[in-house]
Write a protein that binds this ligand. Structure first.
Ligand SMILES: C[S@@+](CC[C@H](N)C(=O)[O-])C[C@H]1O[C@@H](n2cnc3c(N)ncnc32)[C@H](O)[C@@H]1O
Length: 305
């Protein structure tokens, strides 16, 4: 499929079934009304004041980004991708600048680049819950030969297809069927078992905290079943979050195992605060974020994660 075709197929799929049964937590049931592209936080800072605020916000993170060896490369590429997105994304407001979501994607990408440079570059990346699609658009440009699986609810896939297409207009190899080859493959949350290749690198940023425990466990099982010696999972999520139905989701209670190899583990330094236009200017995010980069011990299908 070409980019236009895959976007049409995903939009039709979203309209036919916006929320696959059993995959949607109480969080997403509550916000179902805004489950379209506009419901995701975009990478765009609109207007001079917001652009300036975002620029100052980046300065406030400079101590952190200096520590990330891959950041200059990731940030330069993020700006290129952002420029392409603002040119080609019909939803991009004129004159927009990069906001915190672009910085966050560049930080995530630099953590991964540092790991890949030290270990091995991935042939397959699975991004679970990529929202507007900034991270996948960036990783696909940093690793131009790597196969990318975008895994999400139907609304997310529509958003991600649009962003990935804007960032990769020449690419012709798009698919919604993991059994076919394709550089970009969009997989609905209820169809993750159809990804049968191994997954070298998996990423989840700020989205397991919006799933229920069963949904999180399903992803860990899939990742362990598709894990091999060099596979790694980068997980950036809230330490704790209470879903609208009262369920408490805790990072440390995700189904990690004591024998997983942990490369990075701690409070996430690039996801601590944002800048507001009024005092108090520097504000902490609602809840602290943890990040862990780990090799998940593989299991064979059917074994308990
Ligand atoms: C708050 S957004 C985070 C977006 C992006 N990762 C970021 O950091 O900006 C949460 C994402 O999780 C996705 N999501 C929610 N439930 C999901 C599920 N069961 N499987 C996969 N993705 C899911 C949403 O559609 C959305 O893309």
């Amino acid at each position: 499929m070409n980019g236009q075709e895959v976007q049409r197929v995903l939009l039709d799929g979203f309209q036919a079934q916006p929320m696959p049964a059993g995959q949607v937590s109480s969080y997403w049931r509550q916000y179902a009304g805004s489950l379209d592209r506009t419901g995701f936080e975009s990478p765009y800072a609109c207007g001079t004041a917001r652009r300036m605020l975002s620029a100052l916000e980046r300065v406030s993170y400079r101590q952190v980004t200096r520590q990330l060896a891959g950041f200059p490369r990731a940030w330069a590429t993020a700006l290129d991708v952002f420029a392409d997105m603002t040119r080609r994304d019909p939803a991009a407001p004129p004159g927009a600048g990069p906001n915190f979501n672009v910085l966050k994607a560049a930080c995530v990408a630099s953590v991964l680049l540092d790991h890949w440079d030290r270990h091995a570059w991935p042939a397959t990346i699975a991004i679970i819950g990529d929202g507007y699609g900034m991270l996948g658009a960036l990783l696909s440009r940093l690793a131009p030969k790597t196969r990318v699986y975008a895994i999400d609810l139907p609304a997310g896939l529509v958003a991600q297809a649009s962003s990935y297409c804007a960032a990769n207009p020449e690419e012709t190899s798009w698919s919604v069927d993991p059994s076919q080859s394709g550089r970009f493959t969009f997989v609905r949350a209820d169809q993750i078992e159809s990804v049968t290749t191994s997954i070298d690198c998996a990423v989840n940023v700020a989205s397991m905290q919006e799933m229920d425990r069963a949904g999180i466990a399903r992803y860990f099982t899939l990742l362990r079943e598709r894990s091999h010696g060099g596979s790694h999972f980068y997980c950036v999520n809230r330490v704790e979050k209470t879903l609208p139905d009262g369920a408490v989701i805790r990072f440390d209670q995700f189904p990690w195992r004591a024998d997983d190899t942990v490369f990075i583990d701690g409070p996430c330094p690039f996801y601590t605060h944002y800048l507001a236009a009024r005092p108090r200017f520097l504000r902490p995010f609602d809840g602290s974020h943890w990040h862990r980069l780990a090799h998940l011990v593989p299991i064979v299908p059917g074994e308990r994660a």
